[in-house]
Design a binder for this molecule. Structure first.
Ligand code: HQG
Length: 180
């Protein structure tokens, strides 16, 4: 399987495991899980056949570890990034003092006015490193990295969680905790 094909499969998995399970007739469990057999059957029905070995390869090789199997390896879910309603049942975690958020410069006026909001997703996504945040921001246009005073937020009662693949999640970041 080459890199290009792995990326195609990964994008397709993101679409159905985060945003549009119904599009191929899938229903996610409240925790966001779906049976691997059902997923592969649904993809095949929709002219996108993927073998179990290929799925395993995509899950294992995905640099961002976007997908995770359960301990029996019969269920799979996206580790973060959902727009459909799921409860990932992550435990609250104490964030580092500073986290980063990558965005595009054109969003800054609105972000300074109202802080970071989850927009179409469940939570605001924050990165542990400036490098990762830069990549995240580049997806939207001319990137800019904001620092988030996460320690101070936590001290003031904001709740954080960290996904299985190391993305920090919180429901919103008021502008007072942001710096350019
Ligand atoms: C912006 C990818 C205007 C926010 C990444 C972002 C991440 C505002 C955009 C994950 C705003 C939403 C999530 C406000 C926030 N006014 N714009 N008040 N508040 N925004 O894609 O964080 O590759 O939903 O800055 O790596 O870019 O898919 O969020 O630019 O982990 O696995 O609204 O998606 O992971 O964009 O990315 P997104 P994100 P994957």
């Amino acid at each position: 399987m080459n890199e290009k094909y792995r990326t195609r499969v990964s994008k397709r998995l993101s679409r159905h495991l985060r945003h549009d399970p119904g599009g191929i007739g899938l229903t996610l469990s409240p925790g966001g899980w779906v049976s691997v057999d059902e997923l592969l059957a649904a993809l095949a029905r929709n002219r996108f056949p993927v073998s179990r070995a290929e799925l395993d390869e995509v899950v294992a090789n995905c640099a961002k570890q976007r997908f995770a199997f359960d301990e029996t390896r019969t269920l799979i879910r996206a580790s973060q990034g959902h727009s459909v309603r799921v409860d990932l049942e992550l435990s609250d975690a104490v964030p580092p003092e500073i986290l980063f958020h990558g965005t595009a410069t054109r969003f800054l006026p609105s972000i300074w006015a109202e802080g970071l909001r989850p927009m179409k997703r469940h939570a605001v996504h924050l990165s542990a490193t400036r490098e990762t945040a830069w990549k995240v921001g580049s997806r939207h246009g001319k990137p800019v990295v904001l620092t988030v005073a996460a320690g101070e937020m936590a001290a003031r009662g904001h709740v954080f969680q960290v996904s299985d693949n190391g993305v920090w999640l919180t429901s919103a970041v008021p502008a007072e905790f942001l710096a350019g």
